[in-house]
Design a protein around this ligand. Structure first.
Ligand code: XMP
Length: 517
């Protein structure tokens, strides 16, 4: 079987906010692609042996001092190149055309007229139709490089797309990766299939086959451990390794006592059907005693991270003679992008058991390191995980400890678990759960006065946090219907002992964060 990673397209990132979106679109067209910073060396590009190269957009102007550029030799590799926005301007600049600051800046939708229905616009009618495309540029092409011709224009952009007369070099001023560009999918598909000659082989079924084969070759008869958190990434990792070398794998599930209601039981019950060797460590008390009296959020996180590593090491030693550590690192965690990455780049250090391989001298196996989150979910479904587990919201490594403000105690955990379970139940039964990024309860151990029946109460507050987000870097609070909020509030106050007030968090990120600690 051919390796599906062999047929790849490289995307060179010039700092566009939509670079990852280009990668998504290429992969949706079933072609594997990788993102690299624009300054990747020519040798490395050659070594990756790509079928095509896409130059992303970016915020710079080609004439800026220190503007990001590639070597003109990139155009001598004999590999098809598509420049998008800044990528097109850079192509022009490097091949001796002229780029100018346009008096007509274009941001947002524009109408594109196709002048040449050839390769890039194959299958699209040139006349008299115009198509909506998404533009975002100040500069534009004034003089085409030698041997290039314009193949499309918009009202304020005479060269909205160009191609070389004979060589496979193309440029588009608009953003085909953006959903508002109605011909975007077609343009990308034409580049991949007609120009680069790629085959649509990248899908999650073939990924599972190829990842299994690769892993088998890599681990030989070595022994593997995997830290299971119950989340999709670590579970899929374990299932994949299990498929490749099940009898050599032991998965360690450390229950830190900070999980949601029935979470450990649900995950363990699900894993049973896969014959996965799971080493379950019930360490709730151990974590709780370490957390006793600690109020500072960062201290809590640190304690939990360190305790986790300690327990994991102990268990690994007990299992003995281990060579590999499997972990669920995803592609967004490994992309060396020049785009703004935000805190997500470091957030996962605990989650991914950072620090372990160094201490234990284990070699890493990361079968998901080429995948985006939604691809991992497809793999999960492919491997038979139920939708309920596959589409669970992200859950932080330190768990409920960072959703109980101040000290974490067994009593507070129980209150929060019950309140959180009600939030999730109502979100699911009202079909809101799948529409939002995260929904959860936060316990504020602040007591307020209330009245229940004829009695005065003096109990805690629960805050409800429901947010919409694309990548957790920014988020906005979800405008849930007020009836739904009323239902959540009523049920929590009536059913959860110790809570007499419910608030809805209406802060966006930034300046707030999604979690409260
Ligand atoms: P914040 O609170 O920074 O969260 O807006 C952004 C996203 O990251 C999750 N999160 C974590 N995930 N370990 C994790 O694995 C952590 O320590 C951690 N802290 C926050 C959070 O749930 C949200 O999805």
């Amino acid at each position: 079987m051919t390796n599906i990673l062999e047929q790849k397209v490289l995307i060179l990132d010039f700092g566009s906010q939509t670079t990852q979106l280009i990668a998504r679109r290429v992969r949706e067209a079933k072609v594997y692609c990788e993102i690299y910073p624009y300054n990747i060396s020519l040798e490395k590009v050659k070594a990756r042996d790509p079928k095509g190269i896409i130059l992303s957009g970016g915020p710079a102007s080609v004439y800026d001092k220190g503007a990001p550029a590639v070597s003109p030799e990139l155009f001598e590799l004999g590999v098809p190149i598509l420049g998008i926005c800044y990528g097109m301007q850079l192509t022009t600049y490097l091949l001796n055309g002229t780029v100018e600051h346009s008096r007509h800046r274009e941001y947002g939708p524009a109408r594109l007229s196709i002048d040449d229905p050839g390769d890039m616009f194959h299958g699209l009618s040139p006349d008299p139709v115009t198509y909506q495309v998404w533009m975002s540029h100040g500069d534009r092409i004034e003089a085409l490089p030698k041997d290039f011709i314009g193949i499309a224009h918009s009202e304020s952009c005479p060269v909205a797309a160009m191609r070389h007369r004979t060589l496979p070099f193309f440029g588009v001023q608009f953003h085909p990766e953006v959903i508002h560009t109605e011909i975007g999918k077609g343009v990308i598909a034409n580049f991949l299939f007609r120009i680069c000659g790629c085959m649509p082989t990248w899908d999650m079924h073939s990924f599972v086959e190829s990842a299994t084969n690769d892993m088998r070759a890599k681990v030989g008869s070595g022994r593997i451990i995997c830290a299971l958190s119950g989340g999709v990434d670590s579970t899929v990792t374990a299932l994949l390794v299990n498929r490749a070398a099940g009898h050599q794998l032991t998965s360690v599930f450390v229950n830190n006592g900070l999980l949601r209601k029935n979470e450990a039981e649900t995950v363990l019950a699900f894993l049973k059907q896969f014959d996965l060797k799971v080493h379950y460590v019930d360490a709730g008390n151990r974590f709780l005693s370490k957390l006793a009296g600690v109020e500072d959020p960062e201290k809590k996180r640190k304690i939990i991270g360190e305790e986790f590593i300690r327990i994991f090491e102990e268990e690994a030693r007990r299992i003995g003679d281990v060579n590999f550590l499997a972990q669920g690192t995803l592609y967004p965690d490994v992309i060396e992008s020049v785009s703004f990455k935000g805190p997500s780049a470091t957030i996962k250090s605990h989650h991914n058991v950072g620090g372990l391989p160094d201490v234990m001298q284990l070699e890493l196996i990361e079968p998901l390191r080429e995948l985006f989150k939604d691809e991992v979910r497809k793999v999960a479904l492919e491997l038979g995980m139920p939708e309920d587990l596959v589409f669970r919201h992200p859950f932080p490594g330190p768990g409920l400890a960072i959703r109980i403000l101040g000290e974490v105690t067994a009593e507070r955990l129980e209150v929060l678990r019950d309140a959180d379970a009600i939030v999730l139940e109502i979100m699911k039964s009202s079909s809101w759960y799948r529409k939002v990024w995260q929904a959860f309860a936060v316990l504020l151990p602040v007591r307020t006065v209330g009245v229940m029946g004829d009695e005065r109460t003096y109990d805690n507050v629960v805050a409800i946090r429901v947010v919409d987000s694309l990548d957790a870097m920014t988020a906005d609070w979800t405008r849930l219907p007020t009836d739904l909020l009323a239902k959540i509030s009523n049920r929590i106050i009536n059913e959860v002992r110790g809570v007499n007030r419910v608030c809805y968090d209406i802060s966006s990120k930034p300046p707030a964060t999604i979690e409260w600690e």
